[in-house]
Structure formats: structure tokens, C-alpha cells
Design a protein around this ligand. Structure first.
Ligand SMILES: NC(=O)c1ccc[n+]([C@@H]2O[C@H](COP(=O)([O-])OP(=O)(O)OC[C@H]3O[C@@H](n4cnc5c(N)ncnc54)[C@H](OP(=O)(O)O)[C@@H]3O)[C@@H](O)[C@H]2O)c1
Length: 266
């Protein structure tokens, strides 16, 4: 299956980030890019073709839908007007199932639901995807290679998409909130905001490097930091007494429930 043209419908924050990451791969494989968005920037000198929606739909082999979920209905008339049999749809929309697209788009056979996260801007996205069973493996190779250029990519069952949205999509925000709490605590202890931020940045970098470079289990890494009746043990006792593990799990579960609720709108 030859993929010559990649089209975007909607070119906002996420699409721009993806485009930035994909550029080299597209260039290497000589793949043309077509973009349609509601508004066209005044200066498109460093951007490839901005064209009409109908041109994107007619001329692209792979079409990435990158509008907001609530904007989907505004592009549906054009999406339903073409035959999708020999095209591939890539939906980035949170909460819209592939079944919804399959039931609406004539002939849809090859389709992906892809969920990158905001770390895509640093090529550190944890991207999850699912696809229709009928999707041709050439498309799957293309999509996985494209999104691999933005970090890691894992295939999941679509039924796990709500949880993975909570874990990989929202998860970074929950961690940022934890870091903010740590910064506020450090400030209350007399550190400047700058010092506190530097400390958090370095702690997080060290933890990420440990996770990436050490093969031991996380409980082993925790144990290594603890000494009998020491400070870490005291903190972890408080973690347990206050049932923080349960609370953290509830945070992710609540995000998953919200994702399920939002999916019901489509
Ligand atoms: N941001 C993230 O981190 C993230 C992560 C995972 C998934 N997603 C999903 O990615 C999608 C896009 O999110 P985003 O943050 O990039 O949103 P965004 O910045 O608002 O981008 C939406 C784009 O769609 C365009 N658009 C709206 N209506 C249109 C229409 N009728 N025809 C053509 N283009 C139209 C908008 O054009 P104008 O600018 O002219 O309005 C804009 O370029 C969402 O569905 C979201 O669920 C986002």
C-alpha cells in the first residue's frame, strides 16, 4: 500500500506539535502534507499546503482528524461525503470511538484512534492507539513509525482507551500538581520559588533517569532509599496511614470515569 499524502483536518495546538515531530519522517519518505483548518495563518511561508477540506479529503491517503471533539459535527458533512474504502482515518479526538466513525463514514476500513500526550513537544509522548481490526498492516506500520518519532507508542484495546486517557493523557497533570504541592511546601519552609523549582526539576530528572536506567522493581528502588527508622520510612508510614495510594488511584479512576461520560456524547 503506497502512502503518498498525509492530510490534517484541524491544525491547532496538537496538530502543530505533531507536524513539528513528523517533519523529518515525512521528508525522508517523500510524503506530501496537506492541511485544512478553519482559519489560515497570515504567514504560511514555512508551512506546507493549506488547502480546502475537499482537497485534503480527495487527495490524502491518510487523514488525521485534529479538531476538538465538539467541533466534529461541523466537519461531518464533508467526512461522510467521501468513500473511505481506500483511505485511512486517524482520529486524535478524545472520547470519540472508532465504532462511531465506522458507523458514520461510508466504507471505512482502515482507522486509528491515537492518543498522544503533551510531552510530544519534546518527543517524549506516551502515545497509545487502537485500530479497526480491518486496518491494513501497512497503515499500522506507517502510523507507528510516525508516532514513534514523538516518543513511545503502545497498542491497546479500544476498551482501555478511557483508562489510558486518564493515565497517559491526564496523568502528567496530576504529577505536575504533586510537584506544585512540593514547591509550595518548600517555599513555606523558606526556599525561594527559583530554588524550589530547581530542586523539583532535578529530583524529577533523577527519578526519570532511575526508572529508565534501572531494571529493578519500583518497590526495590524505594527500599534502597529507606534506612531502618529513618526519614523515608517515616514519610512512607504517613503515606500508608493516610491511605495516599488509594487516593492517588481514585484521582485516575475519576478521570477515567469522566472520559467514559464524555464518550457517551458521541
Ligand atoms: N492538546 C492535547 O494535548 C491533546 C492530547 C490528546 C488528544 N487531543 C485531541 O486533539 C484534538 C485537537 O486538540 P487541540 O488541543 O489541538 O485543539 P485546538 O488547538 O483547538 O485545534 C483545533 C483545530 O481545529 C480547527 N477547526 C475547528 N473547526 C474546524 C472546521 N470546521 N474545519 C477545519 N478546522 C477546524 C481549529 O481551527 P481554528 O484555530 O481556526 O479555530 C484548530 O486549528 C482534540 O480532539 C483533542 O481531544 C489533544
Amino acid at each position: 500500500m503506497s502512502i503518498q499524502t498525509l492530510g490534517f483536518i484541524g491544525f491547532g495546538n496538537l496538530a502543530k506539535t505533531l507536524h513539528h515531530g513528523f517533519k523529518d519522517t515525512l521528508f525522508k519518505h517523500n510524503i506530501r502534507l496537506l492541511i485544512n483548518s478553519r482559519s489560515t495563518p497570515e504567514d504560511t511561508s514555512d508551512l506546507p499546503d493549506y488547502v480546502s477540506k475537499n482537497t485534503v479529503l480527495a487527495d490524502s491517503d491518510v487523514i488525521v482528524i485534529a479538531v476538538k471533539p465538539q467541533q466534529l459535527s461541523s466537519i461531518m458533512p464533508e467526512l461522510t461525503a467521501i468513500n473511505w474504502t481506500n483511505k485511512c482515518l486517524v482520529s486524535l479526538l478524545a472520547g470519540v470511538s472508532l465504532t462511531t466513525f465506522k458507523q458514520t463514514l461510508p466504507g471505512l476500513t482502515h482507522a486509528f484512534r491515537v492518543m498522544p500526550n503533551t510531552a510530544a513537544q519534546f518527543k517524549q509522548s506516551m502515545t497509545t492507539y487502537s485500530c479497526l481490526e480491518t486496518t491494513h498492516s501497512d497503515y499500522e506500520m506507517f502510523i507507528t513509525s510516525l508516532f514513534s518519532s514523538l516518543g513511545s507508542i503502545v497498542k491497546i484495546d479500544e476498551s482501555s482507551m478511557d483508562f489510558s486517557t486518564a493515565l497517559c493523557g491526564s496523568g502528567p497533570a496530576f504529577l505536575f500538581q504533586l510537584f506544585q504541592d512540593m514547591i509550595e511546601l518548600a517555599e513555606a519552609e523558606g526556599f525561594s520559588t527559583q530554588q524550589a523549582r530547581l530542586m523539583i526539576n532535578q529530583i524529577v530528572t533523577g527519578v526519570a533517569d532511575s526508572l529508565n536506567n534501572r531494571s529493578e522493581s519500583i518497590p526495590t528502588l524505594i527500599k534502597e532509599i529507606c534506612s531502618p527508622k529513618g526519614t523515608t520510612e517515616a514519610g512512607l508510614d504517613s503515606y500508608q496511614t493516610n491511605k495516599l495510594s488509594d487516593i492517588w488511584k481514585t484521582v485516575f479512576q475519576t478521570a477515567k470515569n469522566r472520559s467514559e461520560e464524555l464518550s457517551k456524547n458521541f
